[in-house]
Design a protein around this ligand. Structure first.
Ligand code: ATP
Ligand code: MG
Length: 404
């Protein structure tokens, strides 16, 4: 056993109960996105590293510390994608997806990679399912995105709060940045080292710091909401009116900035206060398409962290009534036919490969949680019957196969 090979640190297998939760989440999100008429795109896992440097931003945790980058045989720098939006934007531009329509609604699902310290709900390979609306600058699009997030939370019965904020636009943000830097310079000596270093390069990012003492200090920092221009203010108010009239609960968090550079105006997160963690996040990114070489295109979107969401999901053990077909003697072909009759009716059926007598077989069926054992011996076969045992109720009946 000494040379048993383990999975790589931070890369996990998903099976059993976690997988049931995982599928429950992704199927729920897919169904809601289907009802909102989003179309799926399968994006590559590998992109040029530059795509993420130019979109997520050089002075961010993801690009500075967390990217899995490597060189291909020709020496080009590639990266395992750390998130989905940059790739979606790249594809939108590359395939001229704007050509035949005024806007486009896409969604993606798959693994993402970040070189982080693994812990509960934090892996090096994790999964996101996310959606983007390209080409709509109106607050109605931000509303649709947040409305979808709310529907997901409702449907999964997860008790978290949606926090929203506005980061303004290129017109109003510079004045805010200036005042923020002044503030940060004043409190500099009490900030953590990362904040000290970031404050000149990317002051907004400083507000994303998770260190408790820094967070305390930021409570008295200038707030972007006080600096919004008329358009940004109107956008944020309209969004809140839409949320209010749909009775979607939310709270405004003035220091919410998100960990990626590309956001403008609306940002939001679904936050669990109990677990002090974010499970879904998103926002508007009106400059990103242009920044990556497309024509100016407003856009907005969200991403669900699937593993993180699974942690908050209460038990979902769906009770499925499964059958096990147990053949005795020379009855295999008949037993396979019986199994398929049941499958055609939509029941999950296992054909027992276990060897041994009836008692052993029924013990196994019980242990594996089968509801019904279908016992087939030669007598049953000659009469076109089966013996059906209800494992839960402990009753046994003989049935013609047509009655199954
Ligand atoms: P955090 O602050 O927890 O590091 P983030 O701001 O880096 O999160 P985003 O980039 O916004 O996260 O990604 C959206 C969601 O993806 C997160 O809310 C979370 O649910 C999930 N996520 C992000 N990083 C990881 C990870 N390393 N492992 C598992 N899930 C993750
Ligand atoms: Mg992170």
């Amino acid at each position: 056993m000494s040379d048993e090979i383990q999975s790589v640190r931070g890369f996990h297998d998903i099976f059993g109960e976690e997988l049931v939760k995982f599928r429950r989440i992704t199927l729920t999100v897919r169904e809601i996105l289907r009802l909102h008429n989003f179309e799926e795109i399968i994006l590559p896992v590998v992109e040029y590293a530059e795509l993420f440097q130019r979109s997520i931003g050089e002075i961010t945790d993801i690009v500075q510390k967390e990217m899995f980058t490597f060189q291909d045989k020709k020496g080009r720098w590639l990266a395992l994608r750390p998130e989905g939006t940059a790739g979606a934007v790249r594809a939108y531009i590359q395939h001229r997806m704007y050509a035949d329509r005024p806007y486009r609604k896409l969604f993606y699902e798959g693994p993402m990679f970040r070189y982080e310290r693994p812990q509960a709900g934090r892996y090096r390979q994790f999964h996101q399912i996310g959606a983007e609306i390209f080409g709509v600058g109106d607050p109605e699009a931000d509303f649709e995105i947040i409305e979808i997030v709310y529907k997901i939370l409702k449907k999964l019965n997860i008790d978290v709060v949606i926090e929203i904020n506005s980061l303004g636009c290129l017109k109003c943000r510079p004045a805010y940045k200036e005042d923020l830097v002044k503030f940060l310079n004043k409190v500099e000596e009490n900030l953590c080292n990362v904040c000290k270093e970031r404050k000149d390069k990317n002051p907004l990012r400083v507000l994303d710091c998770k260190v408790e003492t820094c967070r305390e200090i930021f409570k008295s920092s200038p707030k972007m909401l006080d600096y919004l221009c008329e358009e940004c203010k109107g956008h944020f108010e309209k969004l809140q009116n839409l949320l209010n009239s749909s009775e979607i609960p939310y709270r405004v968090n003035t220091s919410l900035v998100r960990g990626l550079d590309y956001y403008s105006r609306t940002v939001f997160e679904a936050v669990s206060d109990d677990f002090n963690t974010t499970i879904i996040a998103g926002g508007r990114y009106d400059y990103l398409v242009e920044q990556l070489g497309g024509s100016p295109t407003p856009a907005t979107g969200f991403a669900v962290g699937v593993e993180r969401t699974a942690l908050l999901l209460s038990d979902v053990a769906e009770y499925v009534e499964r059958y096990i077909v147990i053949p005795f003697g020379n009855v295999k072909e008949y037993a396979i036919r019986v199994a398929n009759i049941l499958r055609r009716k939509g029941h999950p059926v296992e054909f027992s490969y276990r060897k041994g007598g009836l008692r052993k077989q029924l013990e196994y069926a019980d242990k594996m949680g089968f509801r019904y054992a279908v016992i087939i011996g030669e007598d049953e076969m000659h009469e076109g019957k089966v013996t059906l045992k209800d494992m839960r109720e402990g009753v046994q009946v003989t049935k013609n196969i047509e009655e199954l």
